[in-house]
Structures are given as C-alpha cells and as structure tokens.
Design a protein around this ligand. Structure first.
Ligand SMILES: Cc1cc2nc3c(=O)[nH]c(=O)nc-3n(C[C@H](O)[C@H](O)[C@H](O)COP(=O)(O)OP(=O)(O)OC[C@H]3O[C@@H](n4cnc5c(N)ncnc54)[C@H](O)[C@@H]3O)c2cc1C
Length: 287
C-alpha cells in the first residue's frame, strides 16, 4: 500500500525542525525512516507533514560532557554506536547492543533517537539504556526537559513526547563495569523473543557492589528487574543461589504473546538467559 500523501519539509537546524513541528499540526519527525516507512505504508500513521531531521549536523554528534556523561545526538545511527570510539570506551555495553540490531542496511540508516521514540517493546537499546540509567533531552520551540528513558517509555509504541516535541540528545552516564547484553531471536536479524542487559560490579572482597539488570520483549515495555538487583547487591558473589532468586522474581511477569513466542516460552527463555549471564558476571568473567 502507498502512504497517504503528506508534505515533506527538510530542516537544516534543530530550531528550524522545532518551528516546523510547531507550525504544522499533525506533523511527524522522520529520522532513519526504518520503522516509520512501514507505519506510513500500512497507514497506521497518517501525518500531514514529515519533518526530515537527517540534515542537521549537530544531531549526529557524540560528545563527552564536563561531568563525564556521554551526550549522543538523536541522529547517531546504530552503525555509529558500534564504531564510535568515545561510545565504546565509555559505555561498551551500548556498542555491543547496537551490534545485535537487525541487519547492515537498518544499522546504517536507523538512529538511536528513532529507536527510543518508536518505543517497540522488543527494541534492543531500551533495556541497555535503562540499565545505564540513561536520560533523553526533549525540546520544543520554547522548552527543554530531561527525563529517564525508563520514564519516557510508557508502553508499546507510546512515549511521553508531546506534540511539537523532539528528542535531541541521549545522555548516558559512563559505565565501564563488567556487562552482558544478549537477545534471543528466531533468526539473527529478528526482533528479540527475550533480551537482557546486565551490568554487575564486584568489590575487591568479592561482594556485589552494584547490579543493574533490565529485560525487553517480555512485557508491554522493557523494564528493570529490581527484585533481582536488590537480591544480589551486597551478597558474596560466590555464594549467590541464582535459581532461588530468578524463579520468584520472574513469576509475576506476564510476557507478550505473539507469533514469535507465547508467554511461558518467553519466560522460560528469559530465565535461562538470566541464569547464564548473571552466573558469568558473578564469577567475574570479562565480556
Ligand atoms: C526489518 C526490520 C528489522 C528490525 N530489527 C530490529 C531489531 O532487531 N532490533 C531493534 O532494536 N530494532 C529493529 N528494527 C527497528 C530499527 O532499529 C529502527 O531503525 C528504529 O526503531 C527506528 O529508528 P529510525 O531512525 O529509523 O526512526 P524512524 O523510523 O524515522 O522513526 C521512528 C518513530 O520515531 C519518531 N522519531 C524519530 N526520531 C525522532 C526524534 N528525534 N524526536 C521525536 N520523534 C522521533 C518518528 O516520528 C517515528 O514515529 C528493525 C526494523 C526493521 C524495518
């Protein structure tokens, strides 16, 4: 099917893009177009105006803030997240996550901002950004606000972005701690049936100093597994009984049910992944 006709506006700066969004009711941003085009063609979205933000150089920048936080422009592609040395040095888990996304074509065009705004429950970045406590910067012509990715994502394909608001930057606190990030999918380039991002640091005396764990493709939105995190923190890593923690902590999950996998299957896969990944992290095996 062809998309319903729309006007196309190419923005040359963030200010111009925000002005276009403000002046045109029913407008929508186009970033890499990888998720948007199928939505347009199936007429699930019928914007009157598309505001193209591909020609705004500052949205492609990766910087280190004065406090050490990574500041990643909304238009940084999945390919850039893999290749950029500043991202890889300061948040290696994010680069590893991007390696798992789709295929080469999609990684070349798709962007971190587009993926977050799409809010797909199975998207690969979201669990990782939640485990990193990352934040998004949202702007309109006359406002700027910051919020945690965890709060921004409200449900399947639903965020707190308001009309006229654009995601301009993702702020990622640096994390060089040991990590694992994995997705389980039917084929390599598919969306996940279950995914886990886990960051665990051990103190010199072998105790769990910090644990941040998030999962995707389970419920209507990716989320942190805080019951598991608190059960691990402060424990001697060698004496943790993972099965006794993971079983009860995942009991209440009500995973998605679609053609990729039913709820019990998804939960079973998740438990297996958690057991193996956390087992490796607690034994101190480097990624
Ligand atoms: C076949 C296929 C397989 C895929 N497999 C995976 C996978 O395995 N894992 C995975 O994580 N993803 C996967 N994706 C999704 C892919 O990662 C997309 O690139 C990503 O979800 C959207 O990024 P985009 O830049 O293309 O955004 P677009 O498609 O341009 O936009 C997506 C949505 O976000 C809005 N938007 C975009 N940027 C902004 C912004 N800066 N501010 C406000 N709103 C904005 C748009 O209006 C639109 O509603 C797949 C996609 C396809 C088509």
């Amino acid at each position: 099917m062809y998309p319903k006709s729309f006007e196309y506006l190419r923005a040359k700066s963030v200010d111009q893009a925000l002005q276009y969004l403000k002046d045109n009711e029913g407008s929508r941003v186009i970033a890499g177009g990888q998720s948007l085009l199928p939505m347009l063609k199936s007429r699930l979205y019928q914007p009157t105006v598309l505001v193209d933000i591909n020609f705004i150089p500052e949205l492609r920048e990766v910087k280190l803030g004065s406090n050490g936080d990574l500041r990643i422009g909304a238009m940084v592609t999945h390919y850039d997240v893999i290749e950029n040395s500043t991202i890889r040095e300061n948040a290696p888990i994010l680069s590893s996550t991007a390696e798992n996304i789709a295929d080469v074509q999609i990684r070349n065009r798709g962007t971190i901002g587009g993926s977050i705004c799409e809010a797909d429950p199975s998207a690969d970045y979201l669990p990782t950004l939640m485990a990193l406590d990352a934040r998004v910067v949202l702007k309109t012509t006359d406002s700027s606000r910051e919020m945690k990715v965890e709060d921004f994502i409200q449900g399947p394909f639903e965020t707190l972005a308001e009309d006229g608001e654009m995601l301009v930057e993702v702020i990622v606190p640096p994390s060089k701690a040991n990590y694992r990030v994995e997705k389980y999918a039917r084929r390599k380039a598919d969306f996940a049936i279950a995914s886990v991002a886990a960051i665990v640091s051990l103190s010199k005396d072998g105790k769990v100093a910090d644990a941040r764990i998030a999962t995707g493709a389970q419920q209507d939105k990716p989320h942190r597994l805080r019951e598991i995190e608190s059960a691990l923190k402060g424990k001697a890593s060698k004496s943790v009984n993972l099965e006794a923690i993971i079983g009860p902590a995942t009991e209440e999950l009500e995973p998605l049910d679609d053609l990729h996998g039913g709820p019990e299957y998804r939960k079973h896969v998740l438990r297996g992944m958690l057991s193996r990944m956390l087992g490796d992290l607690l034994s101190g095996k480097e990624a």
